[in-house]
Design a protein around this ligand. Sequence first.
Ligand code: G6P
Length: 611
Amino acid sequence: MCGIVAYVGNRESYPVILKGLKRLEYRGYDSSGVAVISDKIEVYKKQGKVAELEESLLGIPMKSTIGIGHTRWATHGEPSDRNAHPHISKSGRIAMIHNGIIENYAALKLELLKKDYTFSSDTDTEVLLNFIEDIRKHNACSLEEAVRIALKRVVGAYVIVLLDLENPDTLIAARKGSPLVIGIGKNEHFLASDASPIIEYTKEVVYINDYELAIVKGNELILKNLGNEVITPFVQKLDMELAAIEKGGFNHFMIKEIFEQPQTIFDCLRGRLDLTRSDIMMAGVEKYIDELKNANRIIIVACGTSWHAGLIAEYIIEELCRIPVEVEYASEFRYRNPIVNKGDVIFAISQSGETADTLVAIERAKEQGAIIFGILNVVGSSIARISHAGAYTHAGPEIGVASTKAFTAQLVVLTMMAIKIAKEKQTISEGRFVQLMEELSAVPDKVAAILKDTYVVERIAAKHATASSFLFLGRGYNFPIALEGALKLKEISYIHAEGYPAAEMKHGPIALVDENLPVLFVATKDAYHQKVISNMQEINARKGKLIAIVSAGDHTIDALTDDIIEVPEADELIAPIINVIPLQLLSYYIGVSRGLDVDKPRNLAKSVTVE
Ligand code: G6P
């Protein structure tokens, strides 16, 4: 969270930074700012989205070929102009942007207060910046040296980039725990939280590692560790196209990404599912197949939507592979002294590969001897780099804050992995293996069929857009889909929503049911179908407004409600990938009809790099 962009080279920095901030806005959007150098450091910041900063700067000449910019997701201090980044040091000679949290900022601030420093914001960033300036002053050293000394005292996570009036052609950057990519152009360098602000200018990038310091000029990039030793940068080629991060005619990234799913699911299967040879090829799984099939336990750690993918994987892996699975919120797992033994395999599921809690959770498990397997979307992300092996979801950049195409791609990868492990472990028959492969290969067409006509979902969305609360129910493989439906609606429409196992609703949520409450059942044909119908009758008897997702041609509940969304029938293990699509659409259309910014819902951020 928080997006950072910086530029040094031969073109004007402001347009590059502004465009970059717009691309990174998904990481946080409560305020933004830029700093450039003229004969002094000029800082401009504004509460609100990047467009508001842009408007406030119209007509102001920004002639500088170096600069830093930031879009914020507030941690220390409310969203406001004064807490927005960049911050400027007491002397006005250094400006800094920061993504992360300085945990010991209070102690550092106390030291500075004793030296008569005053602060104009409530942020930890301003404290760290002045701490660095104080070190430079007292040691009469370079800014680079001062940063190095300061960072040895810092507890927390950070990417920082500093602009220095003494060296107006040089940026200093450092990272620990938050992402930083440097794009290498011709006599120019681009620094950013991810590659999206860079892709337009160059495909050559260096991913900075923890505890590394970058000294960046237009024509020079020097990497060092905190011990002042020079490190050779590892230059990689980006595998991403500009079109992938643009809206391409859609009104929002979220709906674009929903509609991309037939393709992203196909991309995820491509080269892996081999129907002619009856096999699944996944290099990471094959490399660790002995550890996977002989695992004592699989522990899945994830957050948010990725955690829901983990819950479905639990059901599938236990069913097919007969390996015990536990699914943990990464934020709980990392702090609760969990038992991890040799022979346990950790699956880390993360779209961004940067979620701080997931990252630290797997570091802990790795220290205890577990094999770490990453199921990730962003290539080269922090989690990818500390995992032993993994499988990418190949969904392409996901920009809408609410996860859609990354979720379905996670389910596809996890299902393929389960089928492959089960085959190797001989816990499923050849016939079932082939049947599930065929079911998977049919998913892109089934998803496309749902997206071909969204009229029914739009009608139901319009009908319930003013509801103040929603209940989502499902059983078995569809229970996590109910959770995901509720999460999507909360995120996008700000309607209170709960997801529950359909039978469990009798133990509490049923008390909420009255003639005003929409209750959505994910009720496609599976082993629980009859039981779910009984649960619907229970809601109907209490006058709840029933909505149901059913298998195409199933008319069992026609008498109970008009609000029925039909989806193509699928094997119950595969059905979640299909059943979630109408729920994504429902939340999108409700959010839009309530006039909300569905790509940037309030208070949320796409990449949560603080704990
Ligand atoms: C944030 C996002 C969610 C996402 C979660 C986990 O809360 O808004 O969409 O599911 O983080 O992110 P990850 O990148 O680890 O999947």
